[in-house]
Design a protein around this ligand. Structure first.
Ligand SMILES: Cc1cc2nc3c(=O)[nH]c(=O)nc-3n(C[C@H](O)[C@H](O)[C@H](O)COP(=O)(O)OP(=O)(O)OC[C@H]3O[C@@H](n4cnc5c(N)ncnc54)[C@H](O)[C@@H]3O)c2cc1C
Length: 379
């Protein structure tokens, strides 16, 4: 059953309807096939881009949709309920557009933003390295100064849609310590940039995750976003927004698992009645519904703070923590509702459970979210 959403405008209601129509016609018919075969769905991003769904929270003057974050996130939740891998990729694309808008010069924005937000290109975000994930200040990939720019050497890891994305936010070392990292905007065709084989993941099979290797890759100085040494600040500021995207994706996954569990529990009978009428199972479903509603409420609260120009970093971490833990619990319980069938690939709930796990890990593990929340309390 479609979620009845509280939306601020008619335009927002139309956007949700448009997303559901595209999900019905384009995503749902092919999701199972691509997730099983681990193949990238060519054309899906072009469809989303043409519909204007790839740049919703960005200003209209730069080619974006001019939508509040609370609307963008609900669109993302709708996509995730049908296909989490695609929703994650949309969220990462949005994350990758943030540094240029927030820290780029007007000249850089004029040159690159319209193309990045135009719906024909997709972006990736490369902060993590094989030996540096949670401890982002420990990145080692180096951007050494040369005439007119930088020569980059090193390896970035875990890049969502690595090799497929058209542009990459690169965070590389230009000096010592946490203030020795700088941010760059790298086109895929840069000489000296190559990508590893897709990782063999537990879920999100349709969108590849790869390493990127920089071997004497030259980046002209105008490809640096922000000042030298400002990279970690830029990376973390982008993640505040990105974490809200992951919270919305997790909520969509949890909603999908709940919907399928309820439908199954109404049909399946045991001891002479539908299993939903056994109080033990009805209460399990009630807890699942409460978790989904709480997840949505926390991300919407953070998004509305962001839209109102208030500080929202702590609320973004709370939303990521609550929504992704909810997704893990709800999807696991959905498998329980299906009994033995839930443990097979004949039903989608097993996929939802595998997909939920990553939401607790990327864009800051939930241990790191607690660290952010605790630090904000100690201030
Ligand atoms: C499918 C997938 C897609 C990804 N996409 C991207 C992407 O597009 N771009 C990108 O840059 N990265 C991406 N990542 C990387 C992801 O963000 C990192 O895996 C994550 O930040 C954790 O880092 P790590 O794997 O190095 O784990 P580690 O940092 O080694 O952590 C290992 C464990 O120790 C815990 N831990 C670490 N430090 C602390 C602490 N101080 N207190 C308590 N516990 C702690 C962690 O919570 C975790 O449980 C992706 C990862 C995956 C799996």
């Amino acid at each position: 059953m479609a979620v009845e959403r509280l939306l601020p405008t008619t335009e927002a209601r139309e956007l949700i309807q448009l997303t559901r129509d595209i999900a019905d016609k384009v995503l749902t018919p092919i999701v199972d096939e691509h997730e099983r075969a681990e193949t990238y769905p060519d054309g899906v991003f072009a469809t989303l881009g043409e519909a204007g769904l790839l740049s919703l929270p960005y200003p209209v003057e730069w080619g974006g949709g001019g939508q509040p974050y609370e609307v963008y996130l609900q669109v993302l939740e709708e996509i995730a309920a049908r296909w989490a891998a695609i929703a994650v990729a949309v969220s990462v694309h949005s994350l990758a557009c943030h540094p240029l808008l927030a820290f780029g010069t007007e000249e850089q924005q004029r040159r690159w933003l319209p193309e990045m937000l135009g719906g024909n290109t997709i972006g990736a975000y490369s902060l993590s390295e094989p030996q540096a994930g949670s401890d982002a200040a420990a990145v080692a990939c180096k951007a050494g100064p040369v005439d007119g720019g930088y020569l980059v050497n090193g390896t970035k890891a875990w890049i969502t849609h690595g090799g497929i994305a058209d542009f990459y936010n690169l965070f590389a070392r230009t000096g010592e310590g946490a203030r020795g990292i700088s941010c760059f905007l790298v086109p895929r065709e840069t000489t000296g940039l190559t990508f590893g084989k897709p990782e063999q993941k537990m879920g999100l099979h349709a969108v590849p995750t790869t390493t990127a290797h920089y071997d004497d890759a030259f980046l002209p100085v105008e490809r640096r976003i922000g000042t030298e040494g400002q990279g970690l600040q830029i990376a973390l500021s982008a993640l505040d927004s990105g974490r809200l995207g992951i919270a919305a994706v997790a909520t969509g996954l949890a909603q999908a698992a709940l919907d399928e569990a309820v439908a199954y529990a109404k049909e399946r009978t045991a001891f002479g009645k539908p299993i939903i009428d056994h109080q033990g199972l009805g209460f399990l479903l009630a807890d699942m519904a409460a978790a989904v509603d709480s997840a949505r409420a926390t991300y919407l609260d953070a998004a509305r703070r962001r839209d109102a120009g208030l500080a929202y970093s702590r609320q973004a971490s709370v939303a990521k923590l609550i929504a992704t833990d909810a997704a893990m619990k709800v999807t696991t319980d959905a498998v329980q509702v299906f009994g033995g069938y839930g443990y097979t690939r004949d039903f989608r709930v097993e996929r939802y459970m595998r997909e939920a796990k990553i939401t607790q890990i990327f864009e800051g593990t939930n241990q790191i979210q607690r660290l952010v929340i605790a630090r904000s309390l100690a201030q």
